[in-house]
Design a protein around this ligand. Structure first.
Ligand code: ZN
Length: 122
């Protein structure tokens, strides 16, 4: 049974964050190694006219890589905060972030209220 308001074990959180970070790094690597135009020539040489689709795929890949990288940065911040003991405290209002939110988004630095606010006051 998990109780509300109890800080989850830091070691468990760290392991979860580091595992997630590795997964994301693998995904970024896969996206950057994957060259749609190259594989198009190798695998789909006969299908001329798919170039546009591959161009879109490539842009999507770049966008995905950027999004993934942002999450990696957030995970790094969460790991830092775990080290200095500020993990689980909202950077917006200084209140404890609910455990359910940390479980859903372990690298978050804001509570739901602050995250949904357009501008966050410190
Ligand atoms: Zn807050």
């Amino acid at each position: 049974m998990r109780r509300r308001g109890v800080t989850p074990d830091a070691g468990v959180i760290r392991a979860g964050l580091e595992e997630r970070r590795r997964t994301l790094e693998d995904q970024v690597r896969a996206l950057s190694e994957h060259d749609p135009a190259e594989s198009a020539n190798l695998q789909f040489g006969k299908r001329i006219g798919d170039g546009t689709a591959y161009a879109i795929e490539r842009m999507t890949g770049a966008y995905q890589a950027r999004t993934l990288y942002q999450t990696i940065t957030q995970i790094d911040t969460a790991l830092d905060r775990l080290r200095d003991g500020t993990y689980g405290t909202c950077q917006g209002c200084g209140e404890a972030i609910p455990t359910e939110r940390l479980e859903a988004v372990p690298w978050t630095t804001l509570c739901v209220g602050c995250a949904s606010r357009p501008s966050t006051r410190r």
